[in-house]
Design a protein around this ligand. Structure first.
Ligand SMILES: Cc1cc2nc3c(=O)[nH]c(=O)nc-3n(C[C@H](O)[C@H](O)[C@H](O)COP(=O)(O)OP(=O)(O)OC[C@H]3O[C@@H](n4cnc5c(N)ncnc54)[C@H](O)[C@@H]3O)c2cc1C
Length: 148
């Protein structure tokens, strides 16, 4: 088993085989972000579900000396989520559970919390800042609560 296969096996042990993508067809979605002019196929795309899984994936990549790139929904327009060849793309789209919302102190949410999920449970004085992105989009950068 080569080093790449060993790494994939370890990642599968952390996140489950169904959440470690290696087939070119499955990886096609993840070759680029919103800057589609640049494309790169990674060794694997990993979709952890919890912060603990993310930590273990990062540690595993570090130990294997394999570079990794974090990706939310891949809508960034500057190529920041462009995969590295022979590296791992850590897709954070499954981290959606809202941890807490508190109008006075701000909110806490994982990277891929969706606007539609938050909008269903805001305190009466809090709201998302409006952006043109459609409901259901990831708001990694836009997540903020403001006094209404
Ligand atoms: C039609 C359209 C409209 C848009 N409108 C707006 C707008 O109104 N306002 C706005 O701010 N942006 C807008 N954007 C840009 C984009 O949607 C935002 O920047 C969005 O917040 C990117 O989130 P993402 O989860 O898709 O990030 P990605 O594109 O997946 O990643 C962006 C960068 O963040 C890094 N990253 C992602 N998640 C993590 C994480 N959990 N930890 C560490 N690093 C991470 C990636 O490595 C990359 O460098 C728009 C884009 C499109 C296509």
């Amino acid at each position: 088993m080569g080093s790449g296969e060993q790494l994939v096996a370890r990642l599968q042990g952390i996140c489950g085989a169904e959440h470690v993508l290696t087939h070119p067809d499955a990886l096609a979605t993840y070759r680029s972000d919103g800057l589609a002019h640049y494309r790169q196929m990674p060794l694997a795309a990993v979709l952890p579900e919890t912060a603990e899984q993310v930590q273990r994936v990062v540690t595993t990549c570090f130990e294997a000396e394999v570079p990794w790139v974090a990706r939310g929904s891949g809508t960034g327009l500057s190529g920041g989520a462009l995969p590295i060849a022979e590296g791992v793309l850590i897709v954070l789209a499954r981290l959606r559970r809202i941890i807490s919302i508190a109008a006075a102190a701000g909110g806490t949410a994982p990277p891929s919390a969706r606007a539609s999920e938050d909008d269903s449970r805001p305190p009466s004085t809090a709201a998302f800042a409006s952006t043109p992105t459609p409901a259901g989009s990831s708001r990694t950068a836009a997540l903020s609560l403001s006094q209404g």
